[in-house]
Structure formats: C-alpha cells, structure tokens
Design a binder for this molecule. Sequence first.
Ligand code: SER
Length: 330
Amino acid sequence: MRLVSITKQKQISETMILVTGAAGQIGTELVSELRQRHGPQNVLAGRHKTPLPEEIASSGPSEIVDVTNLDQLKAIVQSHNVTRIFHLSSILSALAESNIHAAHQVNINGVFNILTVALEANVEQVIIPSSIAAFGADTPRESTPNDTIQRPSTTYGISKVFTELMGNYFYTRFKLDVRGLRLPGVLSWKTEPTAGTTDYAVAMFYGAIAHNKYECYLGPDTILPMMYMPDAIKSLLDLSTASINTLSHHSDFNVHAMSFTPSELASAIKKINPQFSITYNVDPLRQSIADSWPSSLDDSAARKEWGWQPDFDMAALVNDMYSNLEDKLK
Ligand code: SER
C-alpha cells in the first residue's frame, strides 16, 4: 500500500483500486464489496461496452476503460493514482470461440497492457483471475494438481495460460506483485453471466423459476467444478490481502468448492420446485470445451499458502441461489 506522509509522526495509506470488467458477473459484486471495505470513492469501476448497473454507477467513481488501448489505460491509471488493479475484463470461453481475434485482443493484449501500465505507473498489486480453462485434455481430470500439464485447446484457455505465465514473469523479473487463481464455474443471482461454458448452471435457475423448465446444452453427466459467488469474491480478496511472504505460487492457484453435473443440479432444484423438468440438447462446441476441463481440483497450495477455504457446499448454494433469484425475478 502506498504510504503518504501527512506529518512527521503520522502516516496514512492511500488506496485507489481499479476494477476492470466492473459491469460483469463478478465485477459488479467485487466493486460493491470493495466499496464497503475501502470507501466508495476509493474504488474505480472500469467498464467498456456494457453499462454499469445503476447502484455501481451512482455509488462511486467510474471510467470507460478499453484495456486494448495502452495509452488510454495508462492515462486512467495515472490520473486516478491507482494503487491496486483487479483485472476482470475478459471474453469468456464460449464467446471467445466465435471471435478469436477479439479474444486475443482483450484476453492476451489486454492482460499485457495491464501489466505494462501497472509497472510503469508504480501500481502495487495486480490481481487477475485465471480459470479451470487453463487446463486441457492431457491434464489429470480428477483432483487436478496445482502444478501439472497445461495444454488447453480453447482460445480462452490459451489466454489464461499466457496470463498465469506472464503474471509470474512480471513478479520474478520486475517484482510486480501479480496474483491470480483459477476460478471454476461461478454461480450468482445478481448479474447474469452469458458467455461461458459453465453458465448453464445459472441459466437452469432462471429457467426453473421463470418457466419450470430448462433445456441444457451440456449432457446430463458432464461434471465440472463450480463455486458460489460469495466464495469467489472471498477467494479474490483473501488472495489479495495474503502476506506475500507466505506465497510460493503467485498467478496460478487452484481453488475448489464443489463439483456437480447438470443432472445433479436439476435434481437439487427439483427438490425446491417439484414442477421443474430438464431436457438436453447438446451443443457440440460447448460440450467439447467442458470435456477438456477438470472435474475437480486439488487446492491444497491455496489452502496452505493463504488459508483458502470455501463457505458454500452445493446444498447451501442451491437454496440461497434459488430464493434470492426468485425474489429478484418477482
Ligand atoms: N466460467 C468460465 C467459462 O465457462 C470458466 O472460467 O468460460
């Protein structure tokens, strides 16, 4: 944290946190939590094309941030004296396959721009989520080790391996404090996700509440790692505040909370809404992406190095998600 001397005896720390992708599924909730912790004026919500929800736009500062534009990014970071960046802008797995050029611009050039600007502007810490997509079909699928074979077959996954390696490189070469973790599918009810492969899980709740039915684009037995949003936010904040002295890894931590299949999720939802029914219409592209990803992760490095522990299991997630989304959609 940057220290500003106000008297000879007393020092205060001055923090300005930039969140890119602040209009996204994770960004909206991370900005709210950071504004509660650090004060609304100290959290800058960076968005690009998607407008910010009203509560984020009105509760603190915001900027249009194009991470592919190095000069514009640098001007924003410098003019706001940004000290910490949560870089969440990203084109997720399914959407990236339909526009690999845009995905390369945002997910690879954008990450490199963020790291370059952070270094030049003396930003103290950069957090960039990676993903289970950083693994591939050659990776051990069950209890995937933290450090293992990574040969992803998707453009999104390739960009996440780049992000992990470049983050570790900026730490080793320039001592820039870059940290990251591999998020699984994240379920939440506040901001709807749309571009990922794991998003069927959120869409199933919307279908169950609005229409008592859902047609799933993944097969019934496709098992994938998942996490509830409060745990995803906790993981990012706990990693950010961990003492650097306890970290052996930096940009590439596995984190695990639960794994389930579409059919298991449908059964859990049916217990709350007995009228709910699921059908399957498999999309070969998204199925092949899901089949190349781990079914569960060994997150012992995160547990040991910064105390990672999730709060929500599947039953707690399903109950909380269903009742909050039902209230929201009423
Ligand atoms: N949830 C992401 C996706 O499906 C994985 O990180 O693209």
